[in-house]
Design a protein around this ligand. Sequence first.
Ligand code: ADP
Ligand code: ZN
Length: 612
Amino acid sequence: MTAKKTLKKYFGYDSFRDGQKELIDGIMAERDVLGIMPTGAGKSICFQIPALMMDGVVIVVSPLISLMKDQVHALNQAGIGAAFINSSLSDRQIYKALQNAANGLYKLVYVAPERLMTNGFLYFATKTKIPMVVVDEAHCISQWGNDFRPSYAEIPAFVAQLAHRPIVSAFTATATPRVRDDIIEKLALNKPMVTISGFDRPNLHFSIIKIGNKTSALLNFLEQRPKDAVGIVYCSTRKAVDEVRFVLFNEGYEVGRYHAGMGDDERRQSQEDFIYDRIKIMVATNAFGMGIDKSNVSFVVHYNMPKDIESYYQEAGRAGRDGTPANCLLLYTGKDSSTIRYFIEETDAMSTLDFVTRQEIKRQNFRRLEEIEGLCLTKDCLRGYILRYFGENPPENCGNCANCGAEFDEADITIEAQKIISCVARMRERFGIKMVVEVLMGVSNQKIRNFGLTELSTFGISQLSAIKLTEIVNHLISKGYLRKSDEQFSLLKLGKNYKGALQKDAKITMKTKSEIETTHHTPASYYAQAKRETVNKDVFDALKALRLQIATENRLPAFVVFSDATLVDMCKKMPQNMEQMLTVSGVGQVKAERYGKAFLEVILRFDGHTNK
Ligand code: ADP
Ligand code: ZN
């Protein structure tokens, strides 16, 4: 069977997405591959389809128990034999699973990296035909990545133990060249085919608000969602998680929480409640979510700025996985930056690596922080900024982000910029933003007097407010006229372009929004949605109710039965018989046999009463 037919038969999809076909062809030509794809782009299919076409058992190394469990569930639903081996199973269960695998019951076995080199697993692996080892979340092998896991180092040793070297395929959503090269080297990939899929997720609407009162911004955002909208709110600390959860709970939302300070059982329960739609909103730290491929998440809010764009895009990418329109909102204040600076210093202080490596890692962490600060402050297209960060060359306007949707005035700020830059120079680059702004405004406090800064010619030279000056300073940083030093309490320094700003013919402009918008209420237009497909709501709700009933009976998450996108397509096509049912995107053969009839009955009940 061809790859395309396999896709249709098992997964019910008609065509491959960007990058999938190349990777599958590469693997089928027996090449090692490295697939770089953004979260939600559909990397699982790239190794699952070859697994179905190959002889033997494909081993998938995966870092997280929840990830394995969900994927194995979904595979089993599609009629594909698969199992996972991890610490949630008893020895007896592991033995049984490996025996089944050796007897050819499974096409894929998911395994945690720590388990690879154990006797039981090695015994199985050396006795069984293994055509491919898949390394999921492959950036975990690199200490230059954003999620280093030492246990990944066991993978090459494991591969070396096998009688026949299998194909090794690696997948990650991290695109930096350094991490990419490190993956190839550490996993000893053999002349791999490397593909980088488009990082764009067109169905995600991005907006970033710089705002002090985050609670009201969050509530305002939620009020504009449908009542049953499912989403995640990420906070940077456990304390913030508890506070935000409390606020939402009091407002009557069906909300749960997840962070590392909770007990194992409570966390597991909370995660299940979310997966099974018993709670609609999950408030969590970044401990939550890797491997959450719940496809009906319709928004992700970042209550705090994450530490880098990789983390942000991965977390935000958990929205809209099934391709339906979804919203990503980030709430930012300068305090978020200080928190991250503190974390970077703390991580560094606790590191056991050698000095040179430590310095390098710290420097990179500060670079990454600067990039995401730039994202929070830019007035340009947000999607464009993110995609450029991942090495793409996007159009100037995406038309589906807050900045593309907002009205800006282009203000000439040359004079103010020159005042600020010369003030930084006169203060000898030895102070932070706050002090520079105070000197510009002519604040005469004890500290400023002690340093003799009231004597400077730039003391009190500006008439602007502290907020406005800070905004301009940040703009000058984003354009390279100024920069922040790599320290916890960073100093404001001259940037590489500062000379250009001081020349006679210099002209520096900045987009500005009206003050009302940035400081007070957030206008509804911020959340302008990409157009949702219009389908008959009654039919859709009836199909959803049936899905929930089936899911509950089989003790499965609803989205594992069918995704929202599949239900939407069903409403559009209104299939009249089994043959037409099979043309619905996401309805493969096994699912059609299992559930097709029940869904057809619901649709036929409506037909005649509706003309969609
Ligand atoms: P990730 O790359 O984050 O691991 P997944 O493999 O979980 O993403 O896929 C995300 C979603 O996209 C899943 O619901 C999957 O079924 C769907 N998907 C993957 N490939 C296709 C395709 N070719 N056509 C339609 N939907 C697809
Ligand atoms: Zn845009």
